[in-house]
Design a protein. Sequence first.
Lengths: 366, 394
Amino acid sequence: MFFRDQSEMLPERPAPITEVGVIGWLRINLFSSYGNAALTLVSLALLVLIIPPFVSWGLIDAQFSGDSGAACSGIGACWAWLDQRLGQFFYGFYPADAHWRVNVTALLLVPALLYVLVDNLPGAKFGRWFSYVYPLLAAYLLVGGFGLEVISTDKFGGFMLNMVVGLTGIVLSLPVGILLALGRQSRLPVIRLLSITFIEAVRGVPLITLLFVAIVLLQLFLPPEVSLDQLLRVIIMVTLFASAYMAEVVRGGLQAIPKGQIEGAQAVGLGYWQTMRLIVLPQALRISIPGIVNTFIGLFKDTTLVIIIGLFDLLGHARLLQTNPDWIGDVDHEAYLFSAAVFFVICFLMSRYSVSLEKQLSQDRH
Amino acid sequence: MAAPSSTRIEQLGYLWTDERLRGIAFQVLAVAGLALFFAFIIWNTAANLKHAGLASGYGFLLDPASFDINQRLIDYTSTSSYGRAFLVGGLNTVLVAALGIAAATFIGFVVGLMRLSTNFLVSRIATVYVELTRNVPLLLQIIFWWVVILALPRVRDSISVADVVFLNNRGIRLPQPIFEDAFQLILALFVAGCIGTFVLARWARKRHELTGRTFPVGWSAIGLIFGLPALSTLFVGLPVDLDIPLLGRFNFEGGFNVTPELIALWLALSLYTGAFISEVVRSGILAVDKGQIEAARAVGLPPGLRTRKIILPQALRVIIPPLTNQYLNLTKNSSLAVVIGYQDIVSIGETVLNQSGQALEVISIYMAFYLTLSLLTSVLMNWYNKRTALVRER
């Protein structure tokens, strides 16, 4: 018999031990070649050099209680200030007995955002209305009036100030940005030229110059009897700044809408504004949401620039702590690392959200 | 004959349904509105300036500045004019932007490639770096690095690197190269090497196209550009002296000092922008069609050539436009220097503003400066795009 009997299959053999399981994973991902193995070892050495000392400095040797920097040994990190200062980092100089107003505003933000961003929630119709009313409600809660004690905006500070400036800026810049984007696409040459000039001029200069305009020039532009609140001035300039970026994001969305949509709308007799409002914008804005979220992340990080014009946001309070006589020299890194962690968590979560949304959108289109 | 007046009014009403006319009317209204807005602002500004007793105009730029600038690339004393101070500031902005762009590009390409690595650890470390730097405000990072440098040991206890470079809370002290006359020879050889390489590369490409024979351009380029000058040092010796810093009574003598502000700003800008550039690089390389690489492999191109001739040219076409955008962002972000007192154009402008009160003029100078940079970049960008755009055969 020269041939093996073909009717019987050979028994399955297990995969070689070097290809599966932990060893296989290590081999493929870390030691696939000499060069790769060297890279792995260098990376491991780097991690060993950085992580254990950092952990022992930040947690194990760290000091968590005490009234001033004197309580800290100097070997580990000094977190003793958290107890006294955490409130200021989040609420600024907002009166302590009114902190609940900030908390309620922050809590209500959750449903207000959800009803805008997520479809098919129960009570969507009422929810949408709530989202639209929320900014007014938030302003009422934070500033006061009509029965609530009025709290001047120069008491706003800490992380809450970052949130107020960032969120107000993004909410107000959305409609302005949409108008600018439509203007840039308009068939009317004057409108197009004006929109392009505004968008490119604002995108061409740093935010800091606009903040200088808010502080030193805005007062010059207005009649002497009009005096704007400093926070309001900042918000105006931040809105103008963000709307130029928003316009470019929305333009990307507009350009992705097939021409047939507009022609179809015209064929059934819709005018320009109807076409835009009912047909083009709903689709374009949907595509633009990841870009809008990214713009918000950028703007949110940029809200720290308010310290340049003398407002105290989270970063401002970190600076106040670092230069405070009780703590000076003991919290140089800690104050900033803490603020960085707060920003990181918020921005990282938002960027994850934006990425997942983008994936979802690109799946929907295929 | 119907009543003519009513028809005319009706006709006037029809005008509103004429799209072209409506468009014109809308534009006229927009321009009129804008003109009114500006008139309002100018009117107020003029009135406010008059009230404050301030003269407007750029004449103040010729007045003596009477403040010091500790970091300057050109001659400047406190008797120099405001205009000169602005020039020093502008150059300082360009300096930190150029240093930052070089470092950020390097970091960006290295980290971008690291993220694409098949090595699990390497790609994860790169990801952690990118996420950490991208999601923390740049201003915070600038201040953080500044504080880190200011917390370094005092001059007396400087950390020394090989006794040539010294790190302390006043920055970095570097040896200063002093060039002797013979250095011109080396410089000339270097330039000659560059020209030679250029000619050689053209000849090699032509021969390759005609005959298919290749020539090791890369190695000969290294030989020409670096080998020739190196060889000449055997005869004339190294015509560069290093002025090495020495610890004197109060401070170092000799060498030159890089201020903590410049280091902090440069570090933060390059690390921050480097993270963004790495994303640009990564997506650019991922955008190259897989079939291209497979085809290159199929026709037997070695890995080096594959990267150089197939992947890079196609990836760069995707990478360059957003990369320029990042360069521009870095330049604009360098204005955050004002927080730590690095004397860039914004920081100096602020001093000028506080001294002279010429707010309108100072801010217009800021904007003109940054807008010029942006416009120049976008002109260059358009030129590049036109040059590298795909030539489609019809």
